[in-house]
Design a binder for this molecule. Structure first.
Ligand SMILES: Cc1cc2nc3c(=O)[nH]c(=O)nc-3n(C[C@H](O)[C@H](O)[C@H](O)COP(=O)(O)OP(=O)(O)OC[C@H]3O[C@@H](n4cnc5c(N)ncnc54)[C@H](O)[C@@H]3O)c2cc1C
Length: 429
């Protein structure tokens, strides 16, 4: 049985970034365990691809995600430059459709500066000013955020894996963690193929499955999760330039962890609309609504018996779910949501679906969506749950905060070393 100092479960952007920092800073034997044949095959490749500036994140409720997003912007820019990866500063128009929504934009400008953004990068515009810049947008007013960029996060994950491998990290692919045994000062991890490894410390970064993994360690038993598939439609090439910036609208339900569908530019030059947020039974139900019957029944049972049940009594939530279902079943209904601010757009401009991705928000024992990341410490283990949007943006800085916090708790007692790094750990933390 191979022995490791640190085993990271999940080779998404988060697990790969954490492996990068630990292997960069310590002379430790680090392994990333990933059930797929490569890293970044799930949420880290199945997202909108926006490097978000944190003006829309409430600094009181989403402090960690906001700080990480702010710091990571320039880290990813440097990374893209050094690795020759696409980085397009397309900017975002966040549009308000009436005076009430305009008040929310005013609040966003304040949040932007509280989250560290420079005032010159956030401009409040009247509807007519917006139209001068983007003739196909109709709105009451908008924030023009100049710093938002679009990238390919799947490619970022694979390149970061190479950097981590250069530091000595081993990537064990096609290994699905099934069983955990906690022995005194180490854990034995058994994979689906019956292979075992042991590790002194385990970090759980399993994305949509991180709650399930935490439960294997006896943690977070009162929490549950829901899965929402975000679907996209790709615009025919002749309409890709209908609007030359991302367009987001003020979310109708700010307490729920997803934004309404938007107009987005991709780093490969395509434009898409999406994502909606359709409830599905698992973190990997990328098509259909039921998935395999066993998973469906088990999720249904969890929903009606667990903390999620309380959410079903929330009328706003049920209204939103109904709207999201309809926009999954009907392309026309999805496009109508975008027509509210880009009236020229038509369902016939879209005939191909984009790559869907699934968000897995954690539901508290009180039946509420958890707004920020949840970090849990177990015996010889650390668990990161609810690492949702803008998690891809924040990964390089957030993973540095995690490593710093493990250092401060005395959980990384290995010989330090000085290795060249793309980013400077001390400056970031
Ligand atoms: C529709 C959508 C749009 C988004 N848009 C944006 C955006 O524009 N900008 C942004 O910043 N963020 C965005 N996000 C959020 C962002 O993509 C995620 O926060 C981020 O990718 C999460 O990374 P992760 O490493 O935690 O998860 P993942 O990438 O899902 O990685 C988890 C990994 O764990 C592995 N795993 C799970 N269980 C096991 C097991 N038992 N054994 C071994 N391996 C296991 C999985 O195979 C997977 O590879 C979006 C998300 C969605 C769903």
């Amino acid at each position: 049985m191979e022995k490791y100092d640190v085993a990271i479960i999940g080779g998404g952007l988060l697990g790969t970034s954490i492996s990068y920092w630990i292997s960069n800073l310590y002379d430790a034997k680090v392994v990333v365990v990933e059930k797929e044949s490569d890293v970044g095959m799930h949420t880290s490749s199945r997202n909108t691809g926006v490097v978000h500036s944190p003006f829309y994140l409430n600094p009181d409720k989403k402090a960690k995600l906001a700080k990480a997003a702010f710091l990571s912007h320039d880290m990813w820019k440097t990374f893209a430059q050094k690795k020759g990866l696409p980085w397009k500063m397309v900017g975002t128009m966040e549009v308000a459709l009436d005076e009430t929504e305009y008040k929310i934009l005013e609040k966003y400008v304040n949040w932007g500066s509280q989250n560290g953004m420079s005032e010159k990068n956030l401009e409040l515009l009247s509807g007519s000013k917006v139209m001068q810049r983007e003739p196909n947008i109709r709105c009451h007013s908008a924030i023009h955020c100049k710093t938002d960029a679009v990238v390919d996060y799947g490619e970022f994950t694979r390149k970061l894996k190479e950097e981590s491998q250069r530091n000595g990290t081993k990537f064990l692919l096609n290994r699905q963690l099934e069983l955990v045994e906690n022995i005194d000062d180490y854990s034995i991890l058994t994979f689906q193929n019956k292979e075992k490894i042991s590790s002194k410390f385990v970090i759980n970064c399993a994305g949509g499955y991180s709650l399930d993994i935490a439960k294997k360690f006896g943690l977070a038993n009162d929490y549950s999760s829901l899965h929402f598939r975000g679907e996209y439609w790709i615009a025919h090439d002749e309409y890709a330039n209908l609007v030359k910036t991302n367009v987001y609208s003020v979310p109708k339900y700010p307490d729920f962890p997803f934004l309404d569908p938007h107009w987005i530019l991709r780093s490969d030059g395509k434009s898409e609309v999406g994502p909606n947020a359709v409830p599905v039974p698992s973190p990997e139900t990328y098509s259909g609504y039921v998935g395999d019957v066993e998973t469906f029944i088990s999720k249904l049972t969890e929903v009606v018996t667990g903390s999620t049940r309380k959410l079903l009594l929330n009328a706003d939530f049920m209204n939103l779910v109904a709207k999201e279902w309809l926009s999954s079943l009907s392309k026309t209904i999805m496009i109508e949501r975008i027509q509210e601010f880009i009236p020229k757009i038509k369902p016939e401009f879209f005939s191909e679906r984009g790559t869907a991705g699934i968000r897995t928000p954690i539901i508290t024992p009180e039946g509420k969506f958890l707004p920020d990341v949840l970090e849990l410490e177990g015996k010889n283990s650390y668990h990161i749950l609810n690492y949702n949007s803008p998690g891809a943006t924040g990964a390089p800085a957030y993973s540095a905060f995690v490593v710093k916090s493990l250092q401060e708790k005395g959980l990384l007692q290995y010989k330090t070393r000085k290795t060249d790094s793309i980013w400077d750990f001390e400056t970031i933390t």
